[in-house]
Ligand binder design. Structure first.
Ligand code: ADP
Length: 230
C-alpha cells in the first residue's frame, strides 16, 4: 500500500468528466448566466463547462490557504476579494475537487454576500464525500476513499512536491545522497505510481528542484540541502 494514494488523471479524463458535469447541470434545467472558476484548480474545468454549456462569461476568484498561527490550522481565504456588478445573474462556481470543502464554501459565501447575484450554485468534477463538510450542488464523481488526484495542470508542481516529501520525511534518505534509481523506487513505494508514467515531468521536476536550490546533484547523486540531517 502506498503511503499517499495518488491517481494520475489524464487530459482525456478531464474532458470526459467536465462534459459529464455539464450534462448533469443541463439535466437539472438550471442554466447559469456566468461561470466563476475557483483559481487555480477550477480554471480548466470551468473553461470546459463554458464550452460544453455554451456560456460566454467566465470570471475567477483566487483562494489561498493561510496557516493561523494561534490555531496551527489552515484556513481558506480569498486573495483578491474584488467586487463586480452581477446582480440578477445566476452564477455557477466551479472547482476541480471538493476535499475539505472550505474553498468552495468560502467562494460561494463571498459571492452571495458581496456580489449579490440572483442565485449561486456550486459544481466540482469530484467530491470526496468521506471528508468534505460541504456538498456541491453538482459533482461528476463521488470519491469515497481519500486519494490525491494528480491533475494534468499541476504535474510539475506535484511531482516536485512528492520528491521533496520523500527527502524530508523518509528516514532512509535524510541527510544522504541517493541516486535516481533509488529515488524512483522510493517514489513508487510512497505514491503507488511509477515515475515513468509522468514522462518528461519527472526530469523537469528534478531540474527545477536543483535550480531552486532544494536539491544538489553531484556525480549523479541527489541530496537535499534544506531537509536537515540525521
Ligand atoms: P476544498 O476546500 O474545496 O476542499 P481544499 O481547500 O482542500 O479544497 O483544496 C484546495 C485545492 O487544492 C483544490 O481545489 C484542489 O485544486 C487541491 N486539492 C485539494 N485536495 C485535493 C485532492 N485530494 N486531489 C487533488 N487536488 C486536491
Amino acid at each position: 500500500m502506498a503511503r499517499v494514494p495518488v491517481k494520475l488523471v489524464s487530459w482525456d479524463e478531464i474532458v470526459e468528466w467536465s462534459r459529464g458535469l455539464a450534462r448533469k447541470i443541463e439535466e437539472s434545467s438550471w442554466i447559469p448566466d456566468l461561470v466563476v472558476a475557483v483559481s487555480r484548480g477550477g480554471f480548466v474545468p470551468a473553461r470546459l463547462i463554458c464550452d460544453f454549456m455554451d456560456i460566454n462569461d467566465l470570471l475567477a476568484v483566487q483562494s489561498q490557504h493561510w496557516v493561523e498561527a494561534a490555531l496551527a490550522a489552515e484556513r481558506a481565504i480569498l486573495k483578491y476579494p474584488y467586487i463586480v456588478d452581477v446582480k440578477d445573474k445566476k452564477i455557477l462556481v466551479v472547482d476541480d475537487i471538493v476535499d475539505t470543502g472550505d474553498t468552495l464554501e468560502l467562494a460561494k459565501t463571498f459571492i452571495e454576500r458581496e456580489w449579490k447575484p440572483s442565485e449561486v450554485k456550486t459544481a466540482a468534477l469530484q467530491w470526496i464525500s468521506s471528508v468534505a463538510k460541504f456538498r456541491p450542488d453538482y459533482y461528476y464523481i463521488e470519491v469515497k476513499d481519500w486519494t490525491w488526484f494528480q491533475y494534468p495542470w499541476t504535474r510539475l508542481e506535484d511531482v516536485s512536491q512528492f520528491i521533496m516529501r520523500i527527502f524530508r520525511e523518509d528516514d532512509r534518505v535524510k541527510g544522504r545522497s541517493i541516486d535516481e534509481a533509488y529515488l524512483k523506487d522510493l517514489f513508487k513505494e510512497w505514491f503507488g505510481v511509477e515515475p515513468g508514467q509522468f514522462g518528461f515531468y519527472w526530469s523537469e521536476a528534478l531540474n527545477r528542484l536543483v535550480i531552486k536550490g532544494f536539491l544538489t546533484k553531484e556525480d549523479g547523486l541527489y541530496r537535499c540541502i534544506k531537509c536537515g540531517s540525521r
